[in-house]
Design a protein around this ligand. Structure first.
Ligand code: ZN
Length: 306
């Protein structure tokens, strides 16, 4: 079993560091803590030893693989929760956030300023968690080696940005060590619900309910759009479930995807409850020609009757 699951922390590199990054980090630290350069300093000597141990394993890809495997199973087993927690903080340098946009904003494109707590290497102890002079715990970072501050980043989003699209702002994540590059800010776009419209694959959908009068006579139909409304002319006797497509009135073209449409689905709105008076009026209507179903003398519908 592993004696030290924080070799990555010792060398100040991320879990995904390449072999050459590990080598470079080792060389830099070894030079700094070399006994020749720190004559008579037992702490530097101890640190030099630790760096050597870490590099012996991580510098060899085969040993590193075994180490990673052992570390992963140890983390999963939960036998060392405090160490696991520390390691996750130390290694996950990417910051993931959600950006909530209205459909109108997604159509238009623009930017938002987002704020989050960014962790960075403690400059007082240089990420060691302890003071190099006397070995006491660092008060600035409480021995954790890192501190956090409120960080603001401008996130630009293109016109037509899709729901769940990921925008990656490189280098704006946590800074886990001075030897490795900062993590990225990973932004997932989430649409805020619209009062009338639903966005699906770049198209916008609207359910339009029409009453009996609209069904029989047709007429003007008011439809909401992203930036206001539009008026259509409805043909008489349009079927329930029929769709009307307004070309390029959905999300604009983006990322190789063409502009979406505004799709209006007609829904017939029939009364669910009728008063006695309304019932009598309906019955009166049903006695008029054209209101009764076209049955033949036997009470059936002959083929071809529309
Ligand atoms: Zn510190």
């Amino acid at each position: 079993m592993l004696k030290n699951p924080s070799f990555y922390v010792t060398l100040g590199v991320s879990l995904s560091a390449s072999q050459s990054e590990i080598r470079a980090a080792y060389r830099k630290l070894a030079k700094r803590f070399h006994p020749d350069a720190n004559a008579g300093d037992p702490r530097s000597e101890a640190r030099f030893k630790k760096i050597g141990e870490a590099y012996e394993v991580l510098g060899d890809s085969g040993k590193r693989r075994d180490y990673d495997r052992g570390y992963a199973s140890r983390s999963r087993s939960g036998r060392s929760p405090s160490r696991k927690q520390h390691a996750e903080r130390a290694f996950d340098s990417n910051v993931k956030i959600r950006l909530y946009l209205t459909i109108a904003a997604a159509c238009k494109g623009g930017y938002r300023k987002v704020r989050f707590n960014r962790r960075t290497v403690c400059v007082v102890c240089e990420g060691l968690g302890e003071m190099q002079v006397d070995g006491t715990g660092c008060k600035t970072c409480q021995g954790s080696g890192s501190v956090s501050y409120e960080h603001t980043v401008r996130v630009n989003y293109p016109a037509g940005v899709c729901e769940n699209e990921k925008l990656i702002i490189a280098g704006e994540g946590h800074i886990m060590s001075s030897n490795s590059r900062p993590g990225d800010l990973m932004v997932t776009v989430v649409y805020k619900p619209h009062q009338y419209l639903e966005a699906r694959d770049g198209d916008l959908h609207y359910n339009c309910f029409i009453g009996l009068d609209h069904y029989i006579q047709g007429g003007r139909l008011k439809v909401p759009t992203v930036d206001g409304k539009t008026v259509l002319y409805l043909e008489p006797r349009i079927s329930d479930g029929e769709t009307i497509r307004l070309s390029k009135r959905g999300l604009p073209a983006h990322g190789g995807k063409p502009a979406g449409d505004l799709i209006i689905t007609i829904r017939h709105c029939l009364p669910k409850k009728l008063s006695r008076k309304e019932m009598e009026r309906i019955k009166e209507l049903m006695r008029l020609p054209g209101f009764s179903p076209p049955v033949d003398a036997k009470g059936f519908f002959p083929r071809g009757v529309d």
